[in-house]
Design a protein around this ligand. Structure first.
Ligand SMILES: NC(=O)c1ccc[n+]([C@@H]2O[C@H](COP(=O)([O-])OP(=O)(O)OC[C@H]3O[C@@H](n4cnc5c(N)ncnc54)[C@H](OP(=O)(O)O)[C@@H]3O)[C@@H](O)[C@H]2O)c1
Length: 293
């Protein structure tokens, strides 16, 4: 079975359009403010794509473009100004940032209630606060005052949409980065056990991934996970985005060999990516609802 991110994203977008119309009737023009710093080609592509998608969804795009030599202090000032602007609901920082800027330091300048990708450490802390007793993923995703990090949430939304069973299932997350760590927390919150986080470079990677009922690849290494590293009947969620010399993208999973053993698998492109993008806008709508309540 192909786990189709495009169809899940389309459903989220239908809800967004309805909500945008409702808010418009109340005089609220939902506004997203992505901030692009420098000239990284990947960051520019995502920024431009957001502009188009915002137009399609009826969301106002108030993007900010800053030069390569922007300082941390300058970026913090821009984020603070957007934070104070009552006409802005969602603030997003395009990645990667130029080397002189530390994401952790600048992210603190995004007000938590406008932080649509959970970058502010105050919001990230809510992910673990209270442990599993605090809230399950299902509870967290419906809270109006807090937005989860979009990519880990996208993986979980695909699991919910395809009714992939989680209770008592063994999860392996490959990658300990910005996606892998919070994703592992969401699985734990939802009752999965054990949840293993393994580095992409682990010498025993295959041994560990073969244990997984649910396998998530979040490393950023093209086709690292082959079919013989996957348990028969597992569900495979491929977060990785790796550019190919031909100008396309591939995931961290070797799709052709993996689909022969997996019960369900996300393609790249067309899997986790479109759901992540849809959630960026869904969170902007959520922030607009919260701020105009
Ligand atoms: N589909 C989507 O919508 C979406 C969204 C965001 C990201 N992505 C993709 O998902 C992949 C992972 O993204 P990410 O943001 O999680 O990347 P990240 O934070 O850079 O982490 C990825 C890997 O980098 C390595 N790494 C190097 N130094 C590290 C350090 N000091 N701390 C932690 N990890 C370190 C780790 O691998 P080792 O443990 O093996 O060293 C880690 O697993 C990338 O391919 C990215 O393009 C996709």
């Amino acid at each position: 079975m192909i786990i189709d991110g495009k169809s899940v994203a389309a459903k989220i977008e239908e809800e967004i359009k309805k909500d945008v119309e409702e808010l418009k009737k109340k005089g609220v023009e939902v506004t997203i403010a992505p901030v692009l710093v420098g000239s990284d080609p990947g960051a520019k592509v995502y920024y431009k794509a957001k502009q188009k998608q915002a137009e399609r969804l009826g969301i106002r795009f108030k993007g900010v473009e800053l030069p390569d030599d922007t300082t941390e202090a300058q970026l913090i000032k821009v984020l603070e100004d957007l934070g104070k602007d009552p006409g802005v609901h969602g603030i997003f920082i395009e990645l990667p940032l130029p080397k002189q800027i530390d994401l952790q330091r600048v992210a603190e300048a995004i007000p938590p209630e406008k932080d649509i990708d959970c970058l502010n450490p105050k919001n990230l802390g809510k992910l673990i606060a209270g442990g599993a007793v605090g809230a399950t993923f299902s509870e967290l995703r419906t809270r109006l005052d807090f937005m989860l990090p979009t990519t880990p949430q996208a993986v979980m939304e695909l699991i919910l949409a395809y009714q992939i069973p989680l209770m008592g299932k063994e999860v392996v997350v490959v990658g300990r980065g910005a996606v892998g760590l919070p994703l592992a927390v969401l699985f734990l919150r939802e009752g999965c056990s054990p949840v293993t986080v393994v580095r992409g470079a682990s010498p025993t990677l295959g041994e560990i991934t073969r244990r997984a009922d649910i396998l998530c690849a979040c490393v950023g290494r093209a086709k690292l996970i082959k079919g013989d590293m996957i348990k028969k009947g597992a569900y495979v969620l491929d977060v990785g985005i790796n550019p190919t010399p031909e100008g396309g993208i591939v995931g961290d999973v070797d799709f052709e060999s993996a689909k022969e053993v997996a019960e369900g698998i996300t393609p790249v492109p067309g899997g986790v990516g479109p759901v992540t993008t849809a959630l960026i806008f869904a969170h902007t709508v959520q922030a607009a609802k919260y701020l105009s309540r």
